[in-house]
Design a binder for this molecule. Sequence first.
Ligand code: CAA
Length: 264
Amino acid sequence: MVNEQAEPVRIERDGAVAIVTVDRPKALNALSAEVLRALIAAFAELTDDGAAVRGVILTGEGGRAFIAGADIRAMSELSADDATELARLGHEAAAAIEAFPAPVIAAVDGFALGGGLEIALACDLIYATDSSAFGQPEVHLGLIPGFGGTVRLPRLVGPARARELIYTGRRIDVDEAVAAGLVAKRFPDRASLLAGARETIDAVAANSWSAVALAKRVLTDAAGTPTERASALEIEGFGDAFRTEDMREGVAAFLEKREPRFGA
Ligand code: CAA
């Protein structure tokens, strides 16, 4: 694997899988504006690679935290206007992950708190080790979630559970996170976590890249929208699939009783 980017966010490539690591372990990978900008840049760089990247594993360095939230030390100096800008940047980072054309798996090994959980929520899936912990503790600091927690947490765990977690600020362990639907798969340790995420991306990579990208676009754009709008997006996306070579190949392969040979 080749490290292509300097800290605080590293990109490593391993075949069609890219591993993006937030590398600020001394501050439990807390999200300063610099880290958020580096995350945005990392996903922009990977987007430029198109179909060469079939999936991304997003993780944190150090074995203690995925990301322990926005950088509280840096926030202590901010004015209200500065804080609004920081929230915009956090939302931009979350949007960059959501808009990435291939699946992004948050591989959580340790704390995913506040802005850290919010970044994980922007990923397609959250996988976690048994020693992980999750929460939106902003109210303990006199704050509210600022990088998408009020938007994406209710979608994943339901409005009542999201409100309870945001109002109490309490931390939940992996058992509760799995039961809540927040964590899709749990693993005993970091090595099996990364291997499990890789296995999922390998399974996705066997499919049509354009179809997976289209499915992600429809799922993302439709999230939280009324049924009529969500249905319109799916109808449009279904039609768009018929403009692709992969759709012609996939359907022809089925009818000819052979394996498909997808492009890209
Ligand atoms: N920002 C800045 N630094 C942080 C940090 C954060 N969010 N979280 C941890 N750190 C730093 C600590 O200050 C400490 O640094 P020093 O060694 O220089 O003192 C180092 O990381 C290790 O942390 P602890 O000594 O606190 O480790 P611990 O094991 O005792 O506790 C923890 C771990 C429970 C995660 C604790 O660090 C903690 O509660 N962190 C803050 C979690 C939090 O409140 N996150 C939400 C932030 S607000 C937010 O994210 C708003 C938003 O929605 C955008």
